[in-house]
Write a protein of this length. Structure first.
Ligand code: ACO
Length: 421
């Protein structure tokens, strides 16, 4: 046995030696020695809930790789749909596979007319687009009841294609509803990011999109495409482990992403920059953060303790976008905040660096997206990652997710009738 740990039950003196494999130890061995003694691990911070071959994340060294390919290379040289193929299938496609994948996704972008007229139109005028998207994805399961057959890999692939294809349609439709503007149908002659931007912004005639903005949109989707076992991805795997259909599982992931601790931070960054208001106020804001008055939003990460490689790529994309749109007036404040924080002992000693959300909101805003759409954009990017994990979980023939608890409530007591209480 190369590397192992030994656990001794001090009550009985019994020991068990467990090999360390792929950086983990098998909890089933622990259960053998200690039945009925559970690990207490709130937030699952020390639990590897699954083996996975999709995304490698090394927080100490700022490394993010999809299926072994560095995120920097994919952002620079690949496209979002090719990355989606890579995440789902495990390998980069050859030319024929690529063209067929792109064709399939491009021709599954439409949604049923009932969906738009009866479901989306029923929402209040100021409904949050993320609430509409989450409900919309769940509603898709009623349009595709055959998706319940999750045992059939071909059927699974059909639903994966449908979901990646239709999410931008649902997202743009939610936005148009919130603006009181008519829905723009998908255009199957356009590529994925162009079609999405066209459905968002086309009004009364052809919509011209600058190639730099199209490219930035594609890069942002690639950067958000997967991040191993984060909250929403874990949600997909947990809900999917009950053999719920993929639309219900992805709707659950959207609901998790909606939370401000997860997909909502880019929105918080913009609110913070607005609140700071002026370049001159940066130093005093940093001092207030250090004194505990709040957090520097877009800084820090549970896993990255060196730098977030996505933030470096986004900063470059931001420069390219601002060249076209003009500089976001909040950029100077953001740059000064970063400069001051990165040279301040408080942030250095706590290993706090800009994360992916520090600059993404500035780009989205410059491209015309309202703040409420930021999490929706995250959801479009993350959909292939969610689906790759859902598929992997089913291929692994996973058991249903069912953690234990440490019961701390009252002991047994007798029921007292209401009239006697
Ligand atoms: N600003 C100021 N101080 C911070 C920040 C911050 N952004 N983040 C952490 N700290 C401090 C904490 O106060 C704490 O200090 P202490 O040791 O003196 O008490 C220390 O750093 C460690 O903080 P934790 O909360 O234990 O770090 P954790 O790993 O649990 O939190 C998190 C990570 C949630 C991302 C945190 O850094 C944070 O709140 N950042 C701001 C929100 C944000 O940008 N979230 C986006 C994350 S990326 C994503 O989800 C796509």
């Amino acid at each position: 046995m190369a590397e192992s740990i030994t656990i001794t039950d001090n009550r009985t003196g019994e020991s068990i030696e467990i090999p360390i494999e792929d950086g983990g130890v098998d909890a089933a061995q622990w259960r053998k020695l200690l039945p009925g003694i559970w690990f207490s691990d709130p937030g699952l911070a020390t639990t590897a809930a699954t083996p996975s071959a999709i995304t490698e994340l090394d927080g100490e060294n700022g490394i993010l790789r999809y299926r072994g390919y560095p995120i920097e290379q994919l952002a620079e040289q690949s496209t979002f749909l090719e990355v989606a193929y890579l995440l789902v299938h495990g390998e980069l496609p050859d030319r024929a596979q690529h063209d067929s994948w792109v064709h399939e996704i491009t021709t599954h972008t439409y949604i049923h007319e009932n969906f738009r007229q009866r479901i989306y139109d029923a929402f209040h005028y100021d409904a949050h687009p993320m609430g509409m998207l989450t409900s919309g994805v769940a509603a898709l399961s009623t349009f595709y009841p055959e998706a319940k057959d999750i045992e059939d890999p071909d059927n699974r692939l059909t639903q994966i294609i449908r979901l990646i294809a239709k999410i931008p349609t649902l997202a743009a439709a939610a936005y148009r509803h919130s603006q009181g503007q008519p829905f723009v149908f998908p255009d199957n002659t356009l590529d994925y990011p162009t079609n999405f931007l066209n459905m968002m912004y086309q009004v009364g005639g052809p919509y011209e999109i600058h190639p730099a903005l199209r490219k930035a949109m594609d890069i942002l989707l690639i950067l958000h495409a997967d991040h191993e076992q984060n909250c929403s991805t874990t949600t997909v795997r947990v809900v999917g482990s009950a053999h719920a259909d993929p639309y219900s599982s992805i709707a659950a992931a959207c609901a998790a992403l909606y939370g401000p601790r997860h997909g909502g931070a880019n929105e918080a960054v913009l609110n913070m920059l607005d609140e700071i208001g002026d370049y001159e106020n940066v130093d005093s804001f940093i001092e207030s953060v250090k004194s505990g008055a709040g957090r520097l939003m877009g800084f820090g990460h549970r896993v990255y303790k060196n730098y977030d490689p996505r933030a470096t790529i986004i900063k470059q994309a931001a420069d390219d976008v601002f060249e076209v749109t003009g500089k976001n007036p909040l950029l100077d404040i953001a740059l000064k905040l970063e400069e001051v924080a990165l040279s301040d002992e408080y942030f250095i000693s706590r290993k706090l660096y800009p994360n992916v959300d520090f600059y993404s909101g500035l780009i989205y805003q410059a491209m015309g997206f309202p703040i409420e759409m930021f999490t929706v954009l995250f959801a479009i990017g993350r959909t292939p990652g969610w689906l790759a994990h859902w598929n992997e979980m089913l291929e692994q023939d996973s058991r249903i997710a069912r953690p234990r608890q440490l019961y701390v409530g009252p002991g047994v007591r007798d029921y007292v009738p209401l009239s006697s209480r």
